[in-house]
Design a protein around this ligand. Structure first.
Ligand code: ZN
Length: 884
């Protein structure tokens, strides 16, 4: 996308800083717990759910290939009871069957040696249907229109929960064909990876038999069933459906149109057309908060897929497109070609994040995809541009390399973090920009063609890209994926047009960071001229012939995953030429300046001095960068005497932009104006802006009489302002509206507003909702996180969570289990709380939570130190400003 002319590449591939140690995929050498002496080839699985007591009965026949004789079969099973087992038709005694929920293994001891060759294992088992999104789970929901209480079923297997549904070789390298048969009520629609092959009526419902899948990893299986509707379309031989609970399928229209557009793009990009006969996009009303790339049957929490033009915001629309583009990229990167083991999860997630953003930006340039602020579903995660969120975490002592050792199931579940997704994405973007868009795509095509229906390591991707580019990609990449952190490049002008560049590790709240070096694919431009590239392989490098009076900008368009620190003369020149820089470059300077303040390398005046010099702008990305910083400071100053003065200053920075935009959307305004207006209302509301509070009240009263009077973009922010100001009567009204609506987006807005309430009595009332089943499980637990973030009473939120941890954790899915408790602490900025968390963790949390506890402790310590350091600087800056 932002490739530079190849002719300009100046390459110094002298030596590698870090040697790539990883080898290409090899089944026998792939890490994992299961012995590699038995290979499952094909599973025929039959599942009969019991909706009265939320259990299920299952049976399976697994065709096995055994290269060498074995005495036992070892596979995965968890919380399933094995009722019987036979091999090649011979029943094993129950004493030969051992399940261990600790190791999650099922061991079958054979009466005699099983000869090399093909065999069949038959198992009969029972299991449970969970409340949270782990294995097979149920969802209770209100039907759209009628409001009737209904139940439906879904599955969530990644990383290691397929074993809760059927015993299996549940590691990604054990690819096999899966053929599922299920028994469901007659009026239900059942969906799996493949189309239905046959269906027959039986006692108590119908038996649905799906076609077998191609060879794939177990975690990609899916089964969803309930009273469902769908709409459909077609791209060549591929049927595309959007499936939702009854009455909601039409809200999938936007998703359906987007899916067809994206499928055509990917069919071309990857060079191998989508291989399954159908692709289902399934909206589910609970279970988890995100989306899951099950091959041929992607599941989404419904607000990530359904769009109602009458009530959904522009932000929802953009989010839907991005999530679909991410999940569909997985159909190739993840499903057709799968990482060999969880240490290479980034191959799935970093790639899908990059590809999804690239595709979204291609079709929707007006969205500023690479710069857009993400509002994560989980309120305790960092907001901001994806790249910035990853860099913030990556500068700390608690970071880890993109490729990290994964030994256990819980470690696999913890790998789904910002480093894996966002640093991975950001590194790939930098690499594509360096190699060139066409060369990079050719490498990806080679990779897909060479490894389809198989597994890979990162080395396989680098080999394909090296072949396509004739460059040693593995050597450049090793520093970025095999070591933690990232560099900062210091720029110093010297005599005779020479510019001296020095790299070092960038660190925040991390005094004793081991020094590291990177091969940095640097880009730079003398403003007004064509950008150029330099591969910086050593600690220092030099640029020549840059006249001292010319403006020099490194990291063109901010596409690189490094920070830049300019000397005073270079910075002064940049400040003078801000109007000439692209929005991307300006946002990059702002982000770097704020990071330097965080790192203690510059005073706050560097950042605020920069933003006060920016030309007036209603650009979304630029304004949101500022809003993000102001939000952070406003949260940090809760309870401090300096807060009011800061809020006055912060309002003065945002007010002019809001005055330009106004409350009411205009037909001719740019497409991002609605989102910016929404961001400004919520930011100014948080900053206690009297006009915003009065304007929100007025609009809320009108909205109660006529919901259509409030544009969809403004509903979330206006309701949040109302919530934060709410008395008991208003709280009750918001709650009543939340209870009644069957739209998940409206529900989110109402309950989000409740979470903003500041009256301690109401804070407690909001928290209590998390223990009821008013909200889907993931939303219920996030409600506590939102209260911690938005109410100004994180002490009350934590007391509540500590007292009810068991009930709350019962609602958290596998990926969130280790971080839920520590994440609630991240808004504290008092070092005593860091001690409290450590003590709490010692007594109450499993060892697997340790990395997340360390991250939260680091965050609290950083906030405490930062608050102490910048409060007086900020005061001095504002006082300077307020002097007549
Ligand atoms: Zn993903």
């Amino acid at each position: 996308m932002r490739a530079l002319p190849l002719a300009l590449l100046v390459l110094f591939l002298v030596s590698s800083l870090v040697r790539a140690v990883e080898k290409p995929f090899n089944f026998n050498e792939t890490p994992g717990k299961l012995p590699k002496e038995v290979m499952p080839v094909e599973y025929a699985i039959r599942i009969v759910p019991n909706l009265d007591n939320f259990t299920f009965a299952g049976s399976e026949i697994v065709k096995l290939n055994v290269p060498k004789p074995v005495r036992q079969l070892v596979l995965n099973a968890l919380e399933v009871k094995i009722e019987g087992a036979s091999v090649d038709g011979k029943e094993l005694p129950l004493s030969a069957i051992k399940t261990d929920d600790e190791t999650e293994l099922l061991t079958l001891t054979l009466p005699s040696e099983l000869a090399a060759g093909d065999h069949a294992l038959t198992l009969r088992f029972t299991g449970k249907i969970n409340q949270q999104g782990q294995g097979l789970f149920y969802m209770l929901y209100q039907e759209h229109g009628s409001g009737a209480r209904k139940v439906m079923l879904g599955t969530q297997f990644e990383a290691t929960d397929a074993r809760r549904f059927f015993p299996c070789w549940d590691e990604p390298a054990f690819r096999a064909r899966f053929q599922l048969t299920v028994v469901v009520p007659e009026n239900w629609l059942a969906v799996s990876n493949m189309p239905i092959e046959s269906e027959k009526k039986i006692a108590g419902g119908k038996e649905v038999h799906f076609s077998p899948t191609p060879p794939m990893s177990s975690y990609l299986n899916v089964f969803v069933a309930g009273e469902l509707d769908f709409i459909e379309s077609r791209v060549g031989p591929t049927q595309i459906r959007v499936i939702a609970t009854k009455g909601k399928a039409e809200q999938g229209r936007y998703a359906l149109e987007s899916s067809t557009q994206i499928l055509k793009y990917y069919n071309d990009y990857f060079g191998v057309p989508y291989p399954l006969p159908k692709l289902d996009q399934i909206a589910i009303p609970g279970g988890f908060g995100g989306a899951m790339e099950n091959w041929g049957g992607i599941t989404y929490y419904e607000s990530a897929l359904l769009f109602d033009p009458k009530s959904s915001s522009a932000e929802t629309k953009q989010n839907i497109y991005e999530v679909i583009a991410h999940e569909m990229a997985h159909m190739w990167f993840g499903d057709l070609v799968t990482m060999a083991w969880w240490d290479n999860l980034w191959l799935n997630e970093g790639f899908a994040s990059w590809m999804g953003s690239k595709c979204t930006a291609h079709f929707n340039p007006q969205w500023e995809v690479w710069l857009a602020r993400e509002l994560p579903r989980d309120p305790t995660r960092r907001t901001g541009i994806a790249k910035e969120a990853a860099m913030e975490g990556d500068a700390r002592s608690t970071t880890h390399p993109i490729q990290q050792r994964i030994e256990t199931e819980t470690e696999a579940n913890s790998a789904f973090d910002d480093i894996t997704y966002k640093k991975g994405q950001s590194f790939l973007r930098m690499l594509e920009s360096f190699l060139g868009e066409d060369v990079f795509r050719n490498g990806v095509r080679r990779y897909i063609a060479a490894h389809k229906y198989s597994n890979t390591t990162t080395a396989d991707l680098w080999n394909a890209l090296s072949e396509a580019s004739s460059k040693s990609v593995g050597e450049i990449a090793a520093g970025w994926t095999e070591q933690p952190g990232f560099p900062i490049v210091n720029v110093k002008r010297e005599a005779d047009g020479k510019v001296r560049l020095t790299q070092e590790r960038f660190r925040v709240n991390f005094k004793k960071a081991p020094p590291l070096l990177w091969q940095i694919p640097l880009t730079y431009s003398v403003v007004g001229e064509t950008p150029a590239t330099l591969l910086m392989t050593d600690k220092t490098a030099a640029l020549k012939n840059i006249p001292t009076d010319r403006v020099l900008k490194l990291n063109v368009n901010g596409a690189g995953n490094y920070r830049v620190e300019y000397d005073q003369p270079s910075w002064e020149l940049l400040l003078k030429s801000l109007p000439k820089l692209s929005v991307e470059d300006r946002v990059n300077l702002m982000s770097d300046a704020w990071a330097l303040v965080q790192a203690g390398r510059a005073p706050v005046s560097l950042y605020f001095g920069l933003i006060e010099k920016l030309p007036p702008s209603t650009d979304l990305a630029e304004c949101e960068q500022i809003i993000n910083v102001l939000d952070f400071m406003n949260g940090l100053l809760v309870g401090s005497s300096e807060r009011e003065k800061f809020q006055r200053y912060a309002r003065s920075l945002l007010r002019p932009t809001f005055a330009t935009l106004g409350w009411e959307p205009r037909p001719d305004e740019p497409s991002n104006a609605g989102r910016l207006r929404a961001s400004l209302i919520s930011a100014l509301g948080d900053l206690n802006d009297p006009e915003i509070i009065a304007g929100s009240r007025e609009r809320f009263d009108k909205y109660l009489a006529d919901p259509a009077s409030l544009p969809p973009d403004l509903r979330g922010p206006v309701l949040a302002v109302i919530g934060s100001d709410a008395d008991e009567k208003t709280w009750n009204k918001l709650h009543e509206l939340g209870l009644k609506t069957t739209s998940s987006e409206d529900k989110q807005n109402y309950y989000g507003a409740l979470a903003c309430a500041t009256d301690p009595k109401l804070v407690k009332k909001t928290l209590a909702i998390a223990l009821t089943d008013e909200l889907p499980t993931s939303r219920a637990t996030f409600l506590v996180s939102r209260v911690a973030r938005d109410s100004g009473h994180l002490d009350i939120a934590w007391e509540f969570a500590a007292a009810n941890m068991k009930a709350l954790l019962a609602k958290v899915d596998a990926a969130g289990a280790n971080r839920y408790a520590p994440s609630l602490f991240t808004f504290f900025s008092d070092s005593l709380r860091a001690e409290e968390l450590k003590n709490y963790a010692k007594k109450n949390l499993p060892q697997a939570s340790a990395p997340e506890v360390a991250k939260a402790v680091d965050e609290i310590e950083f906030r405490a130190e930062f608050k102490k350091r910048v409060t007086s600087q900020l005061n001095a800056w504002i006082d300077r400003k307020e002097q007549p």
